[in-house]
Write a protein of this length. Sequence first.
Length: 92
Amino acid sequence: MTNYVTASRGDELLSGIDDSVESKLFHKIVTLGSLGMLEASICVYTGSAVVSSLTTSRWSTDQENGMFFSKLLGLLIGSLIAGLVGDTKEEK
């Protein structure tokens, strides 16, 4: 009788990651992800500067500023939900 040692799914994934080779596609994905995060951070920082100057000059009200920043909160909540759904729908 032979005893076979089977690796768990986590071990299979780790060995697959260790054996992987960086390709041009990998670098494109990392670059696009980094540029997307950079664009989002620029949007937040410039948005807050614009809103504060518009409030100071009385071109916008607190209600209008809240509507502007609620879109950013929606982006955060949407990305969290999408991540959770993606994690639960993993391939089995």
